[in-house]
Design a protein around this ligand. Structure first.
Ligand code: ZN
Length: 1001
């Protein structure tokens, strides 16, 4: 240990104590000395620890707590039980649901003692889940010191969440018995929850590792003796990487199994210690501003990591230092944890990719979490919110408002760089949280992580919402005051525990502003902000200037000062702050501008979380773009119009070219208009027909949080229809299946034109309906009750329908024969049950409202212009005759077999399928350029008409091809129903095949 460095740290700490802001502040001090032996063959760590604990608190302690975090990765743990109750992230819960086989970790403690001076003062201890609780015979008085000794073994399970063994590599975090934090609120001995991170005491770590020499090791701290192995795998960055690697792999001599290396790492003023070791690491080093930057990456990821990760790490260090303050440690190590995601520890980060955002986020945590040590379990926003904000600010500062590297990021295709519009990164984050805070499921930010209703709520409240709060704070204070107040906070609380109160009083002290109105609404309540320009007027003064009366109202319940921009006719603009915001829902502002005003906008730089910008301005911006498939473009201050050409065809009108135009504003507004013009003259009117269709989906901003209203009308070749529907969607927690969707609506069809569609019987029809659907991952259930509206309708009927579908799939293991020999990687089952009954009079129901035997519901088919009539597929009648669209009876073999519809149906469809999709290294299924699915299907049903019964069935094989061209998913299904049955007799199938662009179930 460097003596002078320690003295310096003590001095700095002492000086810090003397400032008024943290007078009376105290924190415990905990020094660890550990010896760790890695026995790779059994994935065991054999260790011993000596811990010196000093009670700096004014309290007398009669007990001690330690965390044994690895014990959580066992069936039945607190974490497991919470996952089973929907808490935490679904992706993480999956390991537990899959039974954790091969992933269990354990930590066992032996020879545990606590001594004060020469006295053993341990009375007894017990371990429950992840917590060790020790009772003391004699109390530990303020200012006293104790020594804790223990031997322990850690069986390293597979990599789950942040730590474990993966592909020969040890990612070791939360790996040792760790003293629980004790602060002014007492002990923080919470178990390892499904959601929630850590809280530790500052101190020094002195850790000696003994491990097979093959392993290259990196850790929190600096190497004080022994060889971590870096030089033996150091990349020569002065030459081409691929040729270096080739040569390296030819010449590298891996040390023998029975040889060991012994390395000692010392880390000072840290509250945690982590390490990684792998026989496959490569190493790069750079010195920046006296800080050693180490990068360790696995050879499998070397082509992505070489050089760029080192450069990005240095850039992140520099940016963070410039904006928040000095990096106080002698080194930083950026390591490759192989599995996606990332995690921060003092002086070391473990990253799952070379992504620049990820690097800035995790390195940024060394400032906010590492150096300012918050209780991550109770106030996760204090580190995640800061790192999310600083990552976004960094990316925008470096790459412009899009916030990513347009030139080198490999997820963008060259044509997308050229033609796509990309969202502003801040706007995307704002939309993401606006959706949440207006969903009806919002929770306040300041809540312990394990209390959030589910993983999405945690993500919103720990990360995005507080990052947007900090963005508003920056907007309020201005960049320079914002950064200097955070620098003050950082300086005052370096190597100490921070919390909300310490943060806010630090900001208030530097800014000399009272800000509780701002923080309380953000942190302790679920308020929304929505200011609106109610009205404005202008009048010209005698000197040529203009006086403006602007009246604004607050439709929400969160107050904010606003920047008001007035654009003037002469091309200039006037900006001023309105700060009369507190506890006020409306105000009229009078001001003068030099020339004629043409537009007024509240918050012109879109920095606040005003949930609806449409009412912030007297004139919204508009943008007209091509509707590229897969392109998501959602500015907050612009209405976007997307256009796409469309083409219909029928015998009467010939080709009918046109346009589809969508007008959207976030999730609040969607209007869709089709306009098409026939190229041939109508045989009756002798005019070219004009067709249109209009859909308006409206979502109220402040009321009916779960509901949407849909209005539509169209005059399309063959049919006119008008309708309206209210839809309500809800689930137990935010964005978590099962979803319940109920719809109530009606439609009427005044005109059917059988020259242009064969799907409808002619006549007038109006229908009113109620639908209810439960959308689950595995099973969906749908029901509908509907009735004709008499006397408008030419028919009279009532109908009740139930549909239930199941979908289950799994990837094949490597030993699976189908995978081994035929190359199919993934398989499953789909099933669907349908039951329905129609009550009607002698006239019966029209074709469009009855149950079709084979599927092909009229309403579903009419929605696709190429299925409206026999020639609609650009004149290829054969396609129409053999087309199958799943629905209703779904006995697909009976397509075009002239089986008439039914009044009552009970039917079942099933498919067993396998696909050749590839799983990537991270376990996600990836589409091959063309993925092929083979399926065996069988459909059977019983159909009633006025007392007569038909029993129909089919079975056959299908082949389905799917691909993506320019992000547009394409799907082609060819099914061969080679056996057909009717009432128990096999019948001849004169159509050997059916075709579809939709799934069979
Ligand atoms: Zn983070």
């Amino acid at each position: 240990m460097n003596f002078f460095r320690s003295i310096a740290i003590i001095l700095v700490s002492y000086l810090n104590f003397s400032v008024a802001e943290n007078s009376g502040y105290w924190q415990q001090s905990v020094d660890y000395k550990m010896s760790v032996v890695l026995i790779d063959s059994v994935r065991q760590l054999a260790c011993s620890s000596t811990i010196i604990y000093k009670n700096n608190s004014p309290d007398t302690l009669r007990e001690m707590y330690m965390h044994l975090y690895p014990n959580t990765f066992q069936i039945g743990s607190v974490k497991h039980r919470e996952y089973m109750n929907d808490y935490g992230r679904e992706s993480r819960a999956q390991y537990f649901k899959d039974n954790l086989e091969g992933y269990e970790s354990t930590i066992r403690v032996r020879n545990f003692t606590i001594a004060k001076e020469e006295d053993i003062i341990l009375l007894d201890y017990k371990v429950d889940d992840t917590v060790l609780h020790a009772e003391l015979k004699k109390p530990l008085f303020p200012g006293e010191e104790i020594r804790i000794d223990l031997d322990w073994n850690h069986h390293v399970g597979g990599m789950v969440e942040r730590a474990g063994y993966i592909d020969g590599q040890y990612n070791m975090a939360q790996w040792y018995p760790k003293i629980a934090a004790y602060d002014e609120k007492g002990w923080h001995a919470e178990p390892f929850h499904a959601e929630g991170e850590f809280y530790g005491e500052f101190g020094n770590f002195d850790v000696t590792f003994e491990l097979p020499e093959r392993f290259i090791i990196g850790a929190s701290g600096v190497v004080t003796s022994g060889n971590p192995g870096w030089e033996s795998v150091r990349v020569d960055t002065s030459v081409n990487f691929d040729s270096w690697l080739e040569k390296f792999e030819d010449t590298y001599q891996e040390p023998k199994e029975n040889k060991f290396r012994k390395v000692r790492f010392i880390a000072e003023q840290v509250h945690d210690f982590a390490w990684v070791a792998s026989p496959n690491f490569l190493y790069e080093h750079e010195k920046w501003s006296n800080i050693d930057v180490h990068v360790l990456y696995n050879r499998v990821n070397a082509s992505d990591w070489n050089r760029v990760v080192r450069h990005r790490t240095v850039r992140a260090l520099k940016w963070l230092t410039d904006n928040f303050g000095k990096y106080p440690y002698p080194q930083v190590t950026n390591t490759d944890r192989i599995r996606s995601g990332g995690m921060e520890y003092p002086m070391i980060v473990m990253n799952g990719s070379d992504s620049e955002s990820l690097i800035v986020h995790e390195i940024g945590h060394i400032w906010f979490y590492g150096i300012l040590g918050n209780n991550e379990l109770d106030e996760a926003w204090l580190d995640e919110g800061f790192t999310s904000a600083q990552t976004r600010d960094y990316m925008i500062a470096r790459y412009g408002s899009k916030g990513f590297d347009m030139e080198y990021d490999d997820w963008v295709e060259p044509y997308q760089r050229k033609y796509w519009s990309f969202s502003n990164r801040l706007h995307s984050d704002q939309w993401y949280s606006i959706r949440y805070i207006t969903s009806g499921y919002d929770e306040p930010i300041s809540r312990s992580s394990y209390l959030f209703k589910n993983g999405s709520a945690y993500r919103q409240n720990a990360y995005t919402k507080p990052s947007l709060m900090l963005n508003e704070l920056r907007y309020l204070l201005g960049d320079s005051v914002y950064y200097s107040s955070i620098q003050d906070y950082y300086k005052s609380w370096e190597f100490k525990h921070v919390n909300e109160k310490r943060f806010i009083s630090s900001i208030e002290k530097t800014t000399k502003k009272e800000l509780s109105w701002f923080f309380d609404a953000w942190l302790h309540d679920t308020r929304v902000m929505d200011y609106k320009i109610q009205s404005w007027s202008k009048s010209q003064n005698t000197d040529g200037s203009y006086a403006i009366d602007l009246s604004i109202v607050s439709l929400g319940n969160r107050y904010m000062p606003l920047l008001i921009e007035t654009e003037l006719e002469d091309g200039t603009s006037d900006r001023q702050w309105w700060s009369n915001h507190l506890w006020r829902t409306s105000d009229t502002i009078r001001y003068t501008v030099s020339s004629k005003p043409i537009r007024i906008t509240l918050d012109p730089d879109v920095q606040t979380m005003d949930i609806d910008f449409r009412n912030n301005t007297t004139k919204m911006d508009h943008k007209f773009i091509f509707d590229w498939p897969g392109m998501s473009y959602n500015p907050r201050d612009t209405i976007v119009y997307r256009w796409l050409p469309s083409l219909y065809y029928n015998h009467e009108d010939s080709y009918i070219p046109g346009l589809r135009i969508d007008r959207t504003y976030g999730h609040w507004e969607k209007k869709r208009l089709w306009l098409n013009y026939a190229t041939a003259k109508d045989s009756v009117s002798n005019k070219n027909n004009f067709y249109w269709s209009y859909l308006n989906v409206y979502k109220p901003v402040h009321m009916l949080r779960h509901s949407k209203l849909k209005l539509w009308g169209f005059n399309q070749p063959g049919l006119q229809e008008f309708g309206m529907e209210i839809e309500k969607t809800w689930s137990k927690t935010y964005r978590k299946s099962p979803y319940h969707i109920s719809r109530a609506g009606f439609y009427f069809q005044p005109v059917v034109d059988t020259l242009r569609t064969n799907l409808f019987d002619p006549g007038k029809l109006a229908v009113i309906y109620l639908k209810y659907k439960i959308n689950n991952k595995l099973i969906d259930f749908e029901s509908e009750i509907s009735s004709s509206v008499d006397p408008y309708s030419d028919w009279s009927f009532s109908r009740i329908t139930f549909v239930s579908s199941v979908n289950s799939s799994k990837s094949f293991s490597t030993e699976n024969l189908v995978k081994k020999f035929i190359g199919f990687t993934f398989g499953g089952y789909r099933g669907r049950m349908f039951a329905g009954k129609i009550w009607t009079d002698k006239i019966g129901v029209p074709n469009q409202e009855g149950y079709n035997i084979e599927g092909n519901s009229s309403a579903d088919m009419f929605r696709l212009s190429y299925l409206r009539d026999e020639e609609s597929f650009l004149g290829f009648n054969e396609i129409n005759k053999n087309y199958h669209m799943a629905g209703e009876g779904n006995i697909r073999g009976f397509v075009s077999q002239n089986e008439k519809g039914a009044d009552a149906v009970g039917s079942v469809s099933s498919e067993i399928f396998m696909v050749n999709k590839q799983a990537d290294g991270k376990g996600f299924l990836e589409d091959t350029p063309i993925s092929v699915e083979l399926a065996f299907f069988a459909d059977a049903g019983i159909f009633y008409n006025n007392g007569s019964t038909r029993k129909l069935a089919d079975t056959g094989l299908g082949i389905r091809l799917s691909s993506t061209v320019y992000e547009k998913p394409l799907y082609l299904r060819l099914d061969f129903p080679f056996i057909l049955f009717k009432d128990g007799n096999r019948i001849i199938n004169d159509r050997g095949w059916i075709i579809s662009f939709q799934r069979g179930i």
